[in-house]
Design a protein around this ligand. Structure first.
Ligand code: PMT
Length: 230
């Protein structure tokens, strides 16, 4: 619908976890469900954007009307995002693994006699930072920061380091355990965020991830109007 505010705009959204193989049966992953990223992709599409959703392995359905690119690893997500450029808007909501196994084995690794096993990891490419410093940098580039402490400071630092316009910060797993029920963000339907723009930060009350998505997209439309790109 050409009357919608984001008609003619291409939005790139990353969502979900990435999984990094250790051997043919094991992998490194995280608890991202894709709910927050998918809600943003859906909200962008509702406002008329053409949406490319690059998504790691999730069990939820993709929103209607978006172009879905399914990937497993961070490297595949990176390649898919670069292939999707140019984009007017990019939102990196995926929980991308920072590290991958240096030498994934193509067979199931045998249990060794030693009690300690060492796995060498190498750094994955940073998709958000690459987009932030890209020749074809999107007009509006939005990252997330999942932090367990010092949310605002870390979110501000990430915004600068990755050269993005906004960072959506959320506090995740406050306990030291891996029990998902302790976490109020990963996998849940609600989220509590701070929105960091320039030097300022705005705390939003807890609300459904779908409402966060709608409010973020409304703010994107306002900002693009101000930048006169709409
Ligand atoms: O999927 P849900 O269950 O709904 O949960 C939502 C969420 C918690 C996953 C989401 O709200 C969120 O916070 N996503 C970002 C998680 C994350 O990996 O944060 P980070 O602080 O490690 O990364 C900072 C930013 O850089 C993120 O925008 C991330 O997408 C991006 N990044 C990180 C590493 C990398 N190699 N490439 C990236 O693009």
């Amino acid at each position: 619908n050409s009357q919608l505010p984001l008609a003619g705009k291409h939005a790139l959204v990353t969502s979900g976890p990435t999984i990094e193989p250790i051997d043919s049966v094991r992998f490194i992953a995280n608890h991202s469900s894709g709910k927050q990223g998918h809600a943003i992709a859906a909200a962008l599409a509702r406002q008329g954007a053409t949406v490319t959703l690059v998504c790691g392995p999730v069990t939820i359905d993709p929103p209607l009307g978006v172009k879905l690119v399914s990937v497993d690893t961070a490297q595949q997500m990176y390649d898919a995002c670069m292939a999707a450029l140019p984009a007017d808007i990019a939102v990196c909501a995926a929980a991308v693994a920072d590290w991958r196994a240096q030498s994934p084995q193509d067979h199931k690794m045998k249990k060794q006699a030693a009690d300690i096993m060492t796995l060498n990891l190498v750094k994955n490419p940073d998709i958000l930072a690459t987009l932030g410093h890209h020749q074809q940098r999107p007009d509006l580039l939005i990252g997330f920061a999942a932090e367990t402490e010092n949310l605002e400071t870390n979110a501000q630092q990430k915004r600068k380091a990755k050269n993005c316009d906004w960072i959506v910060g959320n506090l995740v797993t406050t306990s030291s355990g891996a029990d998902l029920s302790d976490d109020l963000v990963f996998g849940h339907d609600k989220n509590t965020i701070i929105l960091v723009r320039d030097g300022t930060s705005e705390a939003w009350p807890q609300m459904p991830k779908t409402d966060i998505a709608d409010k973020l997209v409304a703010a994107m439309i306002t900002t693009l109007h101000q930048k006169s790109t709409l």
